[in-house]
Design a protein around this ligand. Structure first.
Ligand SMILES: CCCCCCC/C=C/C(=O)SCCNC(=O)CCNC(=O)[C@H](O)C(C)(C)COP(=O)(O)OP(=O)(O)OC[C@H]1O[C@@H](n2cnc3c(N)ncnc32)[C@H](O)[C@@H]1OP(=O)(O)O
Length: 263
């Protein structure tokens, strides 16, 4: 199922990219992004996302800045997917660190106001944008690391789960989890599958049925995150970890991932 999910994500994206007339880095095709000389840094910003690319390392930091809580509104999700697509098409970019500009919050998950009193058409568009975000992150051919510098319930947790590695601030006040059940919502199957792939069946059952939000130490114990570090070290540790992953020869860090590998 994990392999199927990842392949579905990649397939859906490759179809979309093909319609745009562009190709992925691994398809050996054209790069539409302007190339910077080595050691140059570039920054691009939309109103809700800041992307800082370091061409000397191939690492981009994608910072969410949608106050007050980085809720995933339609506008935010659209900007997010466009930013990630641009990085995906940039051959110089090999790794993306996802983090938040807001104190204490990584992301509050789906913007509740997008789901309340809206037309079926709007809800359809919104839901498509949620899926697109997940497809882009989970199906990315770059290494993705979530630098979780605050609380991350529900859809915020899904974003982190869609990354290859999760580093969280060790502040016990911060929580993370798929708590949809507590909100009277059933988490969609692909939320569930992404959690199962990370923490295993039994932990996922308990987590989803009870709608658990884990403190940072409990999230580490349960395997929801991979590493806890002091709050002021989250981003630097993510950069160091990314450098280690990118030092793995060829594309083996991606190729050896059971989410991708069919063997
Ligand atoms: C179309 C089909 C849909 C199926 C959906 C299935 C899956 C659903 C996934 C989801 O992600 S649903 C959303 C779940 N998220 C939450 O329930 C998070 C709720 N928020 C919190 O727990 C807390 O706000 C926080 C993130 C821990 C932050 O706490 P803090 O004390 O720092 O701030 P608050 O005072 O609570 O909030 C500030 C401000 O932000 C507004 N807000 C908070 N969360 C959301 C949100 N998810 N969407 C929109 N707005 C949000 C909150 O109302 C406050 O607004 P104001 O009162 O200041 O106007």
């Amino acid at each position: 199922m994990a392999t199927l999910l990842k392949h579905s994500a990649k397939y859906a994206l490759s179809g979309r990219l093909a319609r745009l007339g562009v190709h992925s880095r691994h398809g050996g095709l054209q790069c539409l992004q302007p190339r910077l000389l080595p050691h140059q840094r570039s920054a691009s910003t939309s109103s809700k996302i800041l992307v800082e690319m370091d061409d000397s390392t191939g690492i981009a930091v994608l910072t969410m800045k949608n106050p007050p809580v980085n809720s995933l509104s339609l506008d935010f999700l659209t900007e997010f997917s466009i930013s990630l697509e641009k990085l995906e098409l940039d051959r110089g970019c090999r790794g993306v660190i996802l983090t938040s500009a807001l104190p204490k919050i990584f992301s509050a998950g789906l913007d509740i106001m997008e789901m309340y009193g809206k037309s079926p058409e709007h809800c359809g568009e919104f839901w498509k944008a949620v899926q697109e975000m997940w497809l882009r992150l989970y199906g990315s051919s770059m290494i993705t690391i979530a630098a979780i510098n605050g609380s991350s319930p529900a859809g915020g947790c899904l974003m982190a789960l869609a990354c290859d590695y999760r580093i969280m601030a060790e502040n016990p006040k911060y929580s993370i989890g798929l708590n949809e059940t507590q909100l009277g919502i059933v988490a969609p199957f692909w939320f569930k599958d992404t959690l199962v792939n990370t923490v295993g069946n039994r932990a996922a059952e308990l987590s989803l049925q009870l709608g658990l939000l884990y403190s940072a130490p409990d999230a580490l114990r349960t395997g929801l995150v991979d590493l806890l570090v002091p709050e002021d070290k989250v981003l630097s540790t993510a950069s160091q970890t990314m450098t280690q992953w990118l030092a793995i020869p060829g594309e083996n860090a991606i190729g050896s991932n059971p989410r991708v590998s069919s063997s």
